[in-house]
Design a binder for this molecule. Structure first.
Ligand code: F6P
Length: 326
């Protein structure tokens, strides 16, 4: 059992609803174990520049329901350099911070792993990204809220699509992964989904349109992950328009609306559990690991594994979508 006097916490990369709930859990779990908590502002940039805030229990009151992150977030260029990381280490020592908890995604953990090895510094990660693309955890903080936001938006678009008998291409986030498109596509009854993990959707969708299986439908909704190899919703619509000019098509990019908003009950719940688990892991001498959720239980996954392995999208869901569109 390691007895820490002070632990730092930061949020990094794209923000995600539920990050505040995780910060709150880290602060309260730390304080209840007589560990002081320092908030680091603007992710790794704040480490490099020494932007530190003392976190009291009251500083995290009334934030569990708020989107974004009270600690701010950034994608730091400075921390990618050896000089930036050296400055960070000096700042941590001066501040008396003996361990770090970093909340973010793949890039956040890559930085943490390098820094942890370079300076033999204890770091534990908490998965926070709307993309849900981290190997070693069933869910990341923010994913549930993001898909609910997408579902709400797509339902609204369906209303107008039906009224005008239109074909809509709706682009959702996910530059490397199609988890949002897949899950939200099934939940909204989308007619097709385009994701980076699968390369045959255009053929399938074209034969769906050729075969006229859409004839009975007054609207068609296609969800496109931004990282799909077709190049996104606008490019895909252009391609489809050439072969099917008879369709009245529209394109909507949902964009950053997916990253904001009050976190869902589920995101608040997992953020709270993972925040406490991160403090407990550090006290238990764990380092260079991410705390994740496996079959609803807390799990510890080495950074090396979560960074190296690719979390597979469940491709059987594509077949399920076809069945549901029968
Ligand atoms: O990683 C989360 C994410 O929202 C991705 O889905 C998206 O591609 C990216 O961040 C957008 O980042 P930015 O806000 O820096 O444009």
């Amino acid at each position: 059992m390691t007895k820490f006097k002070r632990i730092g916490v930061l949020t990094s990369g794209g923000d995600a609803p539920g990050m505040n709930a995780a910060i709150r859990a880290v602060v309260r779990a730390g304080l209840s174990n007589n560990i002081n908590i320092t908030g680091i502002i603007r992710g790794y940039d704040g480490l490099v520049n020494g932007e530190f805030r003392e976190m009291s229990s009251r500083k995290v009151s009334n934030i569990i329901h708020r989107g974004g992150t009270i600690l701010k977030s950034a994608r730091s260029e400075a921390f990618r350099t050896q000089e930036g990381r050296y400055k960070s280490y000096r700042n941590l020592i001066e501040e008396g911070i003996e361990a770090l908890i970093v909340i973010g995604g793949d890039g956040t953990f890559t930085g943490a792993r390098i820094f942890g090895e370079e300076y033999d510094f204890p770091i534990v990660g908490i998965p926070g990204t709307i993309d849900n693309d981290l190997f070693g955890t069933d869910m990341t903080i923010g994913f549930d809220t993001a898909i609910n936001t997408v579902v709400e938006a797509v339902d609204k678009i369906r209303d107008t699509a039906s009224s005008h008998e239109r074909l809509f291409f709706i682009e959702v986030m996910g530059k490397d992964a199609g988890f949002i498109a897949l899950r939200a596509g099934i939940a909204t009854g989308a007619e097709a989904i385009f994701i980076p993990e699968v390369q045959t959707e255009l053929d399938d969708f074209e034969s769906y349109l050729f075969n006229g299986s859409n004839q009975r439908k007054s609207s068609n909704i296609v969800l496109v992950a931004e990282g799909d190899e077709t190049g996104g919703a606008f490019k895909l619509a252009d391609k489809v328009k050439i072969k099917f000019p008879q369709y009245d098509m529209r394109v909507t990019i949902l964009g950053h609306i997916q990253r904001g908003g009050s976190p869902s009950a589920y995101d608040r719940y997992i953020a709270s559990r993972l925040g406490v688990a991160a403090i407990e892991a550090l006290m238990d001498n764990q380092r260079s690991i991410m705390v994740g959720l496996k079959h609803k239980e807390i799990d510890h996954i080495p950074f090396a594994q979560t960074i190296k392995h690719h979390k597979e999208a469940d491709k059987t869901l594509m077949a399920l979508l076809k069945t549901l569109n029968y």
